[in-house]
Design a protein around this ligand. Structure first.
Ligand SMILES: [Zn+2]
Length: 196
């Protein structure tokens, strides 16, 4: 059972991890808490945005879309390796997924293939939306991957989690394919290295 990190502690944790941070507008008060609970938090979810262009991508993650209000994540990680903080509290990123996966994340064991939509992920996961077209061809620059690793490690370190607490959206639900272009196992290996 983990209480969500405070905005202040998040900034300190990201700074300690060497993350380049951009605080977007009123991110500390920007959330969907009126829609449901936020916490206890159990893990971190990685996404791709299917967009290109840093400004458009950050604005989309902050504002959301007509059918899905923002914030769409806690942070938007652009190709230059900046972590733009876009919300603090409940965010519309994870949707529903498989409770068996959540139980595996809590136990920090490898997750089963998702096959149910029975659990609200927005309550339990931090989310990072990462600027990428998600077509399998759009490259993931080293700076961006490094920022994903560092931002994830910052939250893992704060909560005493290991890299098993970091999953991709595609590991949460069989309705999604993100992130595409690298494997979550490769990303978790880098996070494990970073946490040593
Ligand atoms: Zn996603």
């Amino acid at each position: 059972m983990a209480t969500p990190i405070t905005a202040k502690a998040l900034l300190e944790a990201l700074d300690k991890e060497g993350v380049k941070v951009d605080e977007v507008r009123n991110w500390r008060e920007h959330n969907r808490n009126q829609q449901g609970p936020w916490g206890p938090v159990h893990g971190i979810m990685i996404h791709h945005t299917v967009t290109s262009g840093a400004k458009e991508t950050v604005d989309l993650v902050y504002d959301g879309r007509s059918d899905l209000p923002g914030p769409l994540a806690h942070g938007c990680i652009t190709k230059d390796g900046t972590v733009h903080l876009t919300g603090h509290g409940r965010a519309n990123h994870a949707g529903t997924g498989d409770g068996d996966v959540l139980r595996a994340v809590i136990a920090e064991r490898s997750t089963p293939d998702p096959n149910e939509q029975d659990t609200d992920g927005n309550t339990h996961f931090y989310g990072f939306e990462c600027e990428n077209l998600g077509d399998g061809d759009d490259p993931w620059p080293d700076e961006q991957i490094d920022a994903i690793v560092r931002a994830s490690a910052a939250l893992c370190r704060h909560h005493g989690w290991n890299a098993r607490s970091v999953i991709g959206h595609l590991e949460w639900t069989n309705q999604k394919t993100d992130p595409r272009g690298f494997t979550m196992d490769a990303l978790r290996k880098k996070i494990t290295e970073r946490l040593k």
